[in-house]
Design a binder for this molecule. Structure first.
Ligand code: ZN
Length: 167
């Protein structure tokens, strides 16, 4: 059973947890707690989302509802991969990722919820597909004059090419 955060006193509505797209048109809710939460490192998600990985919240479909902006949702159907991705046509925010193989589940990016969903993302799916550029917790250091930017020292296993070496 996935770990559960039993303290839901911080929720504005202890029964349902709200999420929205970036522009706010699409609004939805899942019933608390979510089924589970996980980090998806798969190549398919990377290609669709343009990111190293995405943290998803998995909800039973019957515990998920669109509460506003259903007309602003567009579907991207991928028959080869047997999945459907839905996104907001106004702002492009991905809303759901649904697999034919799991018809009773809806996966929603964790970042669309501002409140706790009752499950911590302790699971990792398809870690073997992680790209070698994914951040995996290496030590970071301050970058002079850029307070919001940190940088990693080169990894010892790789020889760093300087611009001179490249030509
Ligand atoms: Zn939107």
């Amino acid at each position: 059973m996935p770990p559960m955060n039993k303290d839901k006193s911080f929720l504005s509505n202890p029964e349902w947890v709200k999420g929205t797209c970036d522009c706010g048109i699409v609004q939805f809710e899942i019933k608390y707690p979510a089924r589970w939460s996980y980090h998806d490192h798969s190549a398919g998600t990377r290609s669709a989302m343009g990111t190293a990985s995405v943290t998803y919240v998995g909800s039973w479909r019957k515990r998920f509802k669109i509460t506003n902006g259903e007309d602003a949702l567009s579907d991207y159907r991928n028959d080869d991969k047997a999945l459907t991705r839905r996104f907001c046509i106004e702002c492009g925010t991905p809303i759901t990722y649904e697999r034919d193989a799991s018809p009773h589940m809806v996966n929603i990016p964790r970042g669309l919820f501002r409140e706790g969903v009752g499950r911590e993302p302790r699971y990792h799916v398809r870690m073997s597909e992680m790209p070698d550029w994914a951040y995996t917790g290496e030590q970071v250091n301050p970058l002079k004059d850029y307070p919001t930017v940190l940088y990693e020292r080169p990894r010892k296993s790789k020889k760093l090419k300087t611009p001179e070496d490249m030509f």
